[in-house]
Design a protein around this ligand. Structure first.
Ligand code: SF4
Length: 450
């Protein structure tokens, strides 16, 4: 018993972490569909055999191997990896070797449970004799999702830069989808177009990502946007604008959120979701912020060694953040010169919003920092309603809800909480319809210019 327990702990430390992906199949869970596929394509451009796993098909397995008290994304991703491995095992038979794969499950060091998914999934995978040998590749917010150790040292920074850029381009493609679909000439045109465009962009990232030829990638994005504009029926008048915030997995995983954006669109909305790059920028910003605090504390005590260490971190994270903001701005500027897409915000700006009325603080961390400030940003930006989407019992999103609800009443902007688990809530459709009615009233009082 004792030796079994020791073996379990050993597995948690030895089989979860950062591993070289050389000669391995790198398995990426699908969260935001476009982002997952563009990141995988970028990795392939660097010679890594990256593959996006099917999602949601293993939901029953996820339910079977969780207790029901875990966060919903943990349940879904547990099902995804088990479903993939079981299918692969069936397909390859004797030739199946779990050591050929690395399953990607990042983590966060925040006060909530995201840091535990990969540990929990390690225990689940270890309970199958045939899956024990698969490693879980984990990146952490602790070092701003550094990719060090995964590939040769000389290419780590390029991989990070290209991966980040793929996420920005995925955000823009998502925004293009949400911009066009409510105004499309024929039902289904936008979905077909975006699916095709995602394939084009995968090829583009696979070819140019590793060369960091971002201009070529943006040229291709221009072509896609130009084509997308032809789908818009200019006779359809503007619709109420709804902003989404919340927990990143739920708001970007369309099965998990039961196609929330599509449902809102069906009830007359144009929707914009918070971006994926926002989270990456936030983790870099937060590490920089922590390094500055560490430096100041040691300066007060004149501890030169730690001061030097923190100074190095400040310069490193500062450089990363500047680079990310530069690339993001560059891509949005190009896209926005062709079509009126919503811009993304800087994280420092969001922190500034929270500080105005001491609503919340980055010292607490988590996505609540982004969601609370993001909601206020939407309200000030003339949005006609805001939806907070999150897994049932999600700690940061529940905090967000508690803080913003009275605020939204004061601001007079419709607001809706939409917690999800795998069940269908009977009143959800009614809640969304009521919310959209309120948003439409707001829209009539505050019409959009074009
Ligand atoms: S953010 Fe919410 S859903 Fe994600 S791990 Fe934390 S509590 Fe769970």
């Amino acid at each position: 018993m004792e030796s079994q327990r020791a073996a379990n702990f050993q597995s948690l430390t030895e089989n979860v972490g950062r591993f070289s992906v050389k000669n391995k199949t790198f398995l990426i869970p699908e969260m935001d569909r476009i982002a997952a596929h563009l990141i995988a394509a970028t990795f392939r451009g660097f010679g890594i055999n990256a593959k996006v796993m099917d999602t949601y098909k293993g939901l029953d397995l996820g339910k079977e191997y969780t207790s029901g008290k875990e966060c919903y994304p943990c349940l879904i991703t547990t099902g995804d990896i088990l479903y993939f491995l079981k299918k692969e095992h069936e397909k390859l038979g004797e030739a199946f070797n779990p050591e050929d794969y690395i399953y990607f499950m990042p983590e966060s060091d925040g006060p909530c449970r995201f840091g535990m998914y990969n540990k929990y999934q390690r225990i689940v995978l270890d309970s199958f004799a045939e899956f024990k040998g698969i490693k879980i590749g984990s990146l952490s917010t602790k070092d701003g999702y550094s990719l060090a150790g995964m590939i040769e040292r000389g290419r780590v920074r390029d991989l990070r830069k290209a991966s980040y850029f793929s996420m920005v381009v995925a955000d823009i493609l998502d925004r293009l989808l949400w911009k066009i679909r409510p105004y499309e000439k024929e039902s289904g045109m936008t979905d077909d177009f975006i699916e095709r465009s995602m394939g084009v962009m995968e090829d583009t990232f696979e070819t140019y990502g590793a060369k960091k030829d971002f201009d070529k990638i943006l040229d291709k994005l221009d072509e896609i946007i130009e084509e997308g504009k032809t789908i818009i029926d200019s006779n359809i008048p503007p619709k109420p604008l709804i902003g989404i915030v919340g927990e990143i997995y739920l708001r970007t995983h369309v099965h998990a959120n039961q196609h929330l954006i599509r449902v809102l669109e069906r009830h007359g909305a144009e929707v914009i979701n918070a971006s994926m790059a926002e989270w990456i920028n936030y983790t870099t910003y937060d590490r920089l912020r922590e390094a500055k605090i560490g430096f100041r504390l040691n300066l007060k005590q004149l501890r030169l060694g730690p001061m030097k260490e923190y100074l190095g971190k400040i310069l490193g994270y500062w450089g990363d953040l500047l680079y990310q903001e530069f690339r993001q701005k560059q891509a949005y500027k190009r896209a926005r010169s062709l079509i009126d897409l919503a811009e993304d915000h800087k994280i420092a700006h969001l922190e500034g919003i929270l500080k105005e009325d001491d609503l919340f603080t980055f010292d607490v961390g988590t996505e609540a920092c982004l969601s609370i400030a993001g909601i206020i940003e939407y309200a000030r930006g003339g949005y006609n309603g805001v939806v907070n989407v999150y897994p049932f019992t999600c700690m940061p999103s529940t905090t967000t809800s508690a803080i913003v609800m009275p605020l939204m009443n004061k601001l007079g902007v419709p607001y809706l909480d939409t917690p999800y688990d795998s069940g269908i809530q009977p009143g959800r459709e009614a809640a969304i319809r009521t919310f959209m009615y309120q948003a439409y009233q707001h829209f009539k009082r505050h019409p959009r210019k074009t």
